[in-house]
Design a protein around this ligand. Structure first.
Ligand code: NAG
Ligand code: NAG
Length: 768
């Protein structure tokens, strides 16, 4: 399979007429300094949207259309279905193939609501419609669905029928109900919800203006329209919270201890009102919290929150914080109480643009909730550590008869517990990443990370966590963390994939292990993406090893998906070090003996030429060698005239002495191979010119410029053959009876011979 790289200038030696534009227009990108950038930060493989379509590993949903806001996904692995919530629509898609027999429900907002929404000054297209924000599995047959309803949220049930029976797909329009405190009013507002035991937990704004934010519980088996929510007190509980994710996580073996954890960011008012900062938080409540007495009726009595930090040491000694939580992913482990918590954060700074992934353990989070509380004397004071007496039972503890038979429910909490938690919902200590700092970061790039999904992969040489990171420019980064005995953890960016045709923010990502697919939604589309495309790495064992992709291994014939259970003969892979020498029988030492085919390229004296060399891996470092006629091959030293670029070698103002065989060598880890061999022949500038002049003087009908263009055209035409070229030259030269013609003919013949010979690499020129 050949991968075509789109959106990149493809200068070839023969495309001389292209060069002037190429040099002026894309000088900046072309001449980016190759040296000095850290190769580790560069994705090893970069695939464009077109590459991905061609490799068949990314399939767009054809029902996509602009501005539909594909932001809500519900994976139903059992039925093999994906529910997709968008603007005014819910789709039912097949996980195997999004475009096969999909169904949809059209559910627009009520007309009068749309009118009111527009009257309130909202945008008709992007706000005053029914944007689906909740899709949660309710029971065996029904899914709960909520939409913004043109700033008037509504919820209802979708009937899917029983598993294994023909899927019905109907919205029950008779049981529609208000979505307030379950679903946001604003289609763009950050929002999180989860359904468990027929209870819906939501973190959302509860009003039109989006000012009052709350974490709520609604529905439930008894369906008594009974809400529990956070207390309304800006300085203590929640302040302009933006909810990112919420998950039920058991804390101990006692089910009474089960909790709902939720992750959000909010503005923090520390002391004086002026220094308002954004902070990221983890909060939790007990599943069996039924609200309190007196001051906390229908309010949580077990609500606690703590700060999540993700920072790097700054230059001036102060830490640089990635404060704005964007996404959370819980990577399951064998112990359901202890998933690994992955968070994506961005900076709120306007000067410093960056994103980071920080990883937390549940043990560290629990330790903070078991630690000291923070105390704030009044609204104008700062939070300090609470030193006073802590009431019994410890605020934040779930009621359980096993612990205390007198406290059967949260309504039995003594008054001092209730009043304490009203004023002390914040923990004093912050939660730090398990490794101390970010696991992965992107700084000073022109995009931000927005979404994360993590897969735990069993590879040939161990187990690896592979992160898929969505960005705000429609790309996905595939990153593997590799722990090494001595050097800690290494992060390798395996792929950068442009999964959408146009740059747009990735709003949601879901992982299906069964299908080995990711489902990715943005404002304008939905795509399914394979977790791996092993065959794109190349056709040799060494290519497969260098790729270091835990999903892939060399099977003796090809680079293919590694399945740990298969009893096939030994598969070859080295994720840890990417060293083909120890893995591939065809590589005895670190120098590949396969030589690249030699290409012949003509340049014209005093003109420029470009020798292309694009290694498959962007992490490879490149060296150029030149062998001039009758000389030993030696390394090429770039200077002002000979410039190395990301795509190859640019030689300005060609000299006759530039003729020779150029080879471009890629080195990755200890492995070296030749990517391109180009025989450059510099033609005498005066001759080419002279020929044109002779014709002009001879009164030829065509102008010199045209003749020159013809000449270049032959050189660059796809059907160009040397013989044709020579014949033309021969005839022209003969016609003009120029004495030098013979010499030129000989030169061309020599080149032709050279091209047909395969060049073994000069031993002295091997990798350093
Ligand atoms: C699921 O819930 C819906 C809506 O309340 C109800 O009509 C349906 O009977 C329930 N199904 C099952 C299997 O309990
Ligand atoms: C493509 C290009 O730069 N062509 C130039 C090569 O040099 C001659 C003069 O020797 C110019 O006339 C061409 O424009």
């Amino acid at each position: 399979m050949s991968i075509h790289r789109e959106g990149r200038a493809k200068p070839r030696g023969l495309d001389l007429p292209l060069l002037p534009t190429l040099l002026t227009l894309s000088m900046a990108t072309l001449l980016l300094p190759v040296l000095g950038t850290s190769k580790q930060d560069i994705p090893r493989l970069r695939l464009t949207y077109k590459d991905l379509l061609l490799s068949n590993s990314c399939i767009p949903f054809l029902g996509s259309s602009e501005g539909l806001d594909f932001q809500t996904l519900l994976l139903d692995e059992e039925r093999g279905k994906l529910l997709l919530g968008a603007k005014d629509h819910v789709f039912l898609l097949s996980l195997v193939d999004l475009n096969k027999n999909f169904k949809k429900i059209h559910w627009p907002a009520a007309k009068e609501r749309v009118e009111l929404c527009k009257l309130a000054g909202k945008d008709a297209n992007t706000e005053c419609a029914n944007f689906i924000r909740v899709l949660q599995p309710y029971n065996k047959t029904h899914v709960y669905v909520c939409g913004t309803g043109a700033f008037h949220p509504m919820c209802g049930y979708i009937d899917l029928g029983l598993y294994k029976e023909e899927v019905t797909f109907k919205l029950d329009t008779h049981t529609l109900e208000s979505g307030r405190l379950k679903c946001p009013f604003d289609p763009q507002q950050a929002f999180a919800s989860v359904m468990t035991d027929e209870y819906l937990y939501s973190g959302t704004a509860s009003d039109f203006l989006g000012k009052d934010t709350a974490f709520t519980r609604s529905l439930g088996p008894t369906h008594d329209h009974h809400y529990i929510r956070t207390d309304i007190s800006e300085h203590y509980w929640l302040s302009g919270a933006k909810f990112i994710g919420t998950f039920p996580i058991p804390d101990t073996y006692n089910p009474d201890d089960d909790k709902i954890y939720f992750f959000f960011r909010e503005s923090s008012q520390e002391g004086s009102t002026s220094d308002k900062a954004i902070l990221s938080r983890v909060g939790r409540v007990c599943k069996n919290d039924g609200g309190g007495q007196r001051s906390l009726i229908n309010k949580w009595t077990t609500f606690l929150k703590a700060r999540l930090t993700c920072s790097i040491p700054g230059r001036d000694g102060a830490d640089t914080h990635f404060d704005e939580l964007q996404d959370i992913y819980l990577l399951p482990t064998r112990d359901e109480r202890n998933p690994v918590v992955y968070g994506v954060f961005t900076t709120s700074s306007s000067i410093f643009k960056g994103s980071a992934v920080c990883v937390y353990s549940m043990a560290d989070i629990r330790a903070v909730f078991n630690g000291p509380y923070a105390h704030k004397e009044s609204a104008d004071h700062r939070w300090v550590q609470y030193e006073g007496r802590i009431p019994y039972p410890r605020p934040g503890t779930c009621p359980s008869r096993t612990y205390d038979p007198l406290i059967k429910s949260t309504r039995d909490f003594p008054d001092d517990v209730i009043s304490f938690i009203r004023r002390h919902p914040v923990m004093y200590k912050a939660v730090y990443p398990a490794s101390g700092g970010p696991t992965f970061k992107r700084i000073n790039v022109d995009y931000r990370l927005t979404q994360i999904v993590v897969d735990h992969v069993v590879a040939e040489d161990g187990q690896y966590d592979v992160m898929f990171l969505g960005t705000d420019v429609g790309t996905v980064l595939k990153v593997v963390s590799i722990s090494k005995e001595k050097w800690g953890v290494e992060e390798v960016v395996l792929e950068e994939l442009q999964v959408f045709k146009h740059s747009s923010t990735i709003l949601t990502m879901e992982l299906s292990l069964k299908q080995q697919q990711l489902y990715i939604g943005s404002r304008d589309g939905l795509v399914q993406l394979s977790l791996h495309r092993c065959d794109t790495y190349g056709k040799a064992c060494a290519d497969c090893c260098l790729a270091r992709d835990p999903y892939c291994a060399w099977d003796g014939n090809a680079c293919s998906r590694y399945a740990p259970t298969s009893k096939r003969r030994a598969r070859r892979q080295d994720v840890k070090y990417g060293d083909p020498v120890t893995q591939c029988w065809d590589v005895e030492d670190s120098i590949s003996h396969e030589t690249a085919d030699e290409k012949v390229i003509f340049g014209i004296e005093f003109n420029s030429t470009f020798l292309e060399c694009v290694p498959k891996s962007q992490q490879a470092s490149i060296k150029w060698y030149i062998q001039r006629a009758g000389e030993e091959e030696c390394e090429l030293k770039p200077d002002e005239r000979v410039v190395r670029t990301e795509l190859g070698l640019l030689i300005r103002s060609l000299q006759r002495r530039d003729s020779g065989v150029y080879s471009c060598q890629a080195r990755e880890h200890s492995f070296v191979h030749t990517v391109a061999r180009l025989a450059l022949s510099v033609l005498d500038g005066r001759q080419v010119d002279g020929g044109a002049r002779a014709e002009r003087e001879g009164g030829a009908a065509q102008g010199a410029r045209l003749r020159y263009k013809d000449y270049l055209q032959i050189l660059s035409s796809p059907g160009f053959s040397l013989d044709q070229y020579c014949e033309r030259m021969w005839h022209r030269e003969k016609r003009r009876q120029r004495p030098k013609a013979g010499a030129k003919w000989k030169h061309v013949q020599e080149l032709k011979k050279k091209r047909n010979r395969r060049h073994p690499r000069a031993p002295g020129a091997a990798a350093t």
